[in-house]
Structures are given as C-alpha cells and as structure tokens.
Design a protein around this ligand. Structure first.
Ligand code: ATP
Ligand code: MG
Length: 442
C-alpha cells in the first residue's frame, strides 16, 4: 500500500526575517534617503563580503566582548577547514579592506556600507539574528570635526525621514592609558561592592570592568552610578578633543546629553563615543551607535590611522518610520495590459516593451493558476494592481488596429475609455500621464 508521505514544510530560521512586498516600500524609502544623505556628505560606498576569517573579528572586536564570546555564527569551511564567521558587524571588514587595498594612500576616506549582519542573540522585538545595518567609516581623520560631522549626518537623516524624538548621548572613553588608570580604580571600587555584583558583572570584573557600567540590572544602578567616572581620568588632549566635538554640535544646534556611563561594546573604540536612542522602541531603543576607533588599523597590522564611524540598526529605524504614521505609497504601476487571444498576446508584448522604452512601468497579464484569463478576471487583476490605466487588446481592437485605453483611477476618470490607434498608444499615454498635472507614478 502506498501511503502518501506528508512532506514537512521548511520554514525560515528563527530570528531571521523575510521582508515581504508590503514592507518593501518602507525599506526602499529608508535606503534611498540614507544613500542620498550619505552622498550629500561625500561618503563613498564600499561592499565587503558577508563572510570573513574568524580571526578578524576576534582580533578586531576583542575576545571578551559579547559578540565574540557568544554571538558569532562561526563555522569551519567544509572543504578546506578554514575558520570563518558571518559578519556580526562591518567595521572590521571595512577596515580590513581599506588596509588590504591601501585605500588611504592618497588621503583620508569617507566610506559607507549597508547590508545584513548576523548575531546569535535571543530573538525579541528589535533584536534579530539576521538584521541590517547602514554604517559610515571615516578613515584617516584625526580631529573632532569628523566626529561632529558623522553625528550631524545622522541628525539630517532623522530629519529627512521625519523621525522625531531620537536623542543623542555622548561620552569620551579616552585612550588606553587613561582607561587603564580608571580601570585599576574601578576594579578596586567594584571589589568593595562585590556583594551587589550579579553573575555577569562578577565574570567581567577583571576581563572587561568598563562594561559593568553598562548594566541594565536595577539592583546595581545605585552602586554603578557612584563608581569612578572615566572622564575624570582624561588628560588635556582627550578633553580638548571631546570639547571640540561638543563645540561644533552646540554651534549647529544639535542637542546632546553627556552620559558618563556610555561605553561601547567593542574593544576598538577610544575617545568620542555616541548613541542615538528612541524611547518609542521598548527595551531595544538604541538606533545608532558609533565613535572613534583610532587603534584599529594598527591592531590589524597597518600603520597608525585614526578613524571614526557609526552603525545604525535598520529594523529599529523602520519600526519608528512605521509608527510615525506617515502614509507610504505602495509600489504601483502605470499600466496593466489586458489581452485576449493569441494575436493580441503577441501584440501586447510589443506594446508593453514600447511603453517601457518610454519610461512607464507596465504589468503584462500572464497566465496564472488562481484566476482564469477571462476578460473579467484580467480586469479584476488590473484593478488590484493599482495601475492608473488599463490597456485592452481584444478581438475588436486587433481587427481595427487600435487599443482601448481605460482610466482606472478617479482623477483620470473624466474620459473613462478611449480607443487609440495601436501605434499612437505610447504618445497618448505619455500625454495623459506626464502631460496632465496628475502624474501618477511608481
Ligand atoms: P545592543 O546594546 O542593542 O545589543 P550593540 O551595542 O550590540 O546594541 P552595535 O553593535 O553598536 O549594537 O550595533 C549598532 C546598532 O545595530 C545598534 O544600535 C542597533 O540599532 C543595531 N543592532 C545591533 N544588534 C542588533 C540585533 N541583534 N538586531 C537588530 N538590530 C541590532
Ligand atoms: Mg548587542
């Protein structure tokens, strides 16, 4: 007896999302806006591979960071045994590429990137295993001016996207020597309060005590608030740099709050660090984080090259855009082409190409399983497509060498349906669409 085996459906991986067509216009709007803002500041795009050698992240991000300790998708190349990792962030890869191709040989470079990142975290609102970042890296710049520029670029993006209530927190974490002096006192302070430290903090006490300042544990807040502040350990040069950033921001009316507890997760940061935070996203409110990472190029074996950058979380920004309630136009086409019979189908292909040559977007009706090819079924599809016009090629039209052009939307309805000679359809439609004051378009 042959029993039909039930085929198990394969579903997507937990924490890795599909971005469906209904969401795509929002993503496109975000991507187009961010790209134009970055270009308006002279940043150039760089695309690096999604997979890098594991050692790149271990060395660049620091062995005791959350990412390297527990969040990386690392695997052995099944063919040659290489240790590889899906990128959890892009700074390491961009700096690797800049060094490998000697990009800064003729001066500093302003770079940007966009793409998916991978971290094995517990999926929750605003925290996914595959997520997207857009980031900028300004490599070879030494002063506080570029730090301020990067921050102002973000502010312009929020403004262009119509996002309000994203606030800026700023801090300076000094240089390695200043952090070392602070660290010694910090460890001594935490040791005095060992009974209050949770497991995570106990573990970090000697490996990464700075990160304890970042704790979200309510029971530790009071103790952490009174801990020695790194800013008190900064020497003149670091303080001047920090003040330089603030001066430019103030002069340009960019509000900020200095948060002495703000530290960034990665080891490579120094001096200026910043985060943009929204209170409308629940626990995962940071939409963008960045700062200076002067030591990184040297850590990768290059010569000292100061740098500064940021990375923003696209999913969190998209959520804010959605919540802002602005209407986002769905993708719609200009024309839906309806046809009946073999000869009409062939002509429809020709006409559709002509209209596309003229710059219109055209959906040509193709055979589908769900709805038959009857005239009525095709017109229903035309209606659902959101097209401004339907063009109909039926037997009558083929016989008379014409096409019926039907306006589908209220604004174009005055002259609901017109018969137009086949060869004049492109001109007629261009006149209707571009010539009229109501330019539809996708
Ligand atoms: P968090 O404290 O939220 O874990 P992070 O310090 O790990 O953030 P960064 O490495 O600085 O984050 O990444 C920059 C931005 O990328 C974050 O501010 C956030 O908006 C976004 N981001 C980071 N991890 C995720 C994730 N797992 N899912 C979605 N977005 C993320
Ligand atoms: Mg994280």
């Amino acid at each position: 007896m042959t029993e039909k085996t039930k085929i198990k459906k394969i579903v997507g991986i937990r924490g890795m999302n599909d971005i469906l067509p209904a969401e795509a216009p929002l993503w496109e709007l975000f991507e187009n806006t961010v790209e134009s803002v970055l270009k308006s500041y002279g940043y150039q795009q760089i695309r690096t591979p999604i997979v890098e050698e594991t050692a790149l992240f271990a060395r660049g991000l620091g062995a005791v960071t959350d990412i390297v300790e527990k969040e990386m998708y690392s695997f052995k190349d099944a063919l040659n045994g290489d240790d590889l990792t899906l990128r959890p962030e892009s700074t390491a890869g961009v700096v690797r590429a800049a060094l490998e191709h000697n990009l800064t040989y003729d001066g500093p470079k302003r770079l940007w990137y966009a793409g998916p990142m991978f971290r094995h975290e517990r999926p929750q609102r605003g925290r996914y295993r595959q997520f997207h970042q857009v980031g900028a890296e300004a490599i070879g710049f030494v002063g506080p001016d570029i730090d301020a520029e990067l921050i102002m670029l973000c502010q312009r993006l929020w403004d262009d996207l119509g996002l309000k209530n994203i606030r800026l927190e700023l801090n300076s974490i000094g240089n390695a020597e200043e952090r070392h002096r602070h660290r010694t006192d910090l460890i001594a302070y935490f040791e005095k309060h060992k009974d209050i430290l949770d497991g995570d903090a106990q573990r970090r006490l000697h490996s990464n005590p700075l990160r304890i300042l970042d704790t979200k544990n309510p029971a530790m807040q009071e103790m952490v608030n009174a801990a020695p502040k790194l800013i008190a350990y900064l020497d003149k040069e670091s303080l001047d740099h920090f003040e330089g950033v603030q001066k430019i921001l103030k002069h340009n009316n960019i509000p900020f709050r200095i948060n002495p507890r703000l530290v960034r997760g990665m080891d490579y940061y120094n001096r200026t660090v910043f985060e943009w935070i929204s209170d409308d996203l629940g626990a995962q409110g940071t939409v963008c984080g960045g700062g200076r990472y002067d030591p990184l190029v040297e850590m990768f074996g290059g010569k000292f090259t100061p740098a500064c950058g940021f990375a923003m979380g696209v999913e969190r920004l998209i959520e804010l855009m959605r919540a802002s309630g602005e209407p986002f136009a769905a993708n719609q086409c200009d024309v839906y082409l309806v046809h009946q019979g073999e000869a009409a189908q062939l002509s429809a292909f020709v006409l559709a190409e002509r209209l596309r040559d003229a710059g219109l977007s055209v959906v040509l009706h193709c055979a589908a399983m769900s709805a038959g090819g009857s005239f009525k079924a095709q017109m229903k599809r035309a209606d659902a497509s959101g097209a401004a016009y339907a063009i109909i090629l039926g037997e009558d039209e083929m016989a008379s060498g014409t096409a019926a052009v039907k306006a589908m939307r209220a604004a174009e309805m005055q002259n609901n349906q017109t018969s137009v000679p086949f060869d004049a359809v492109t001109d007629y439609l261009m006149e209707q669409i571009i010539g009229g004051d109501d330019h539809c378009c996708c």
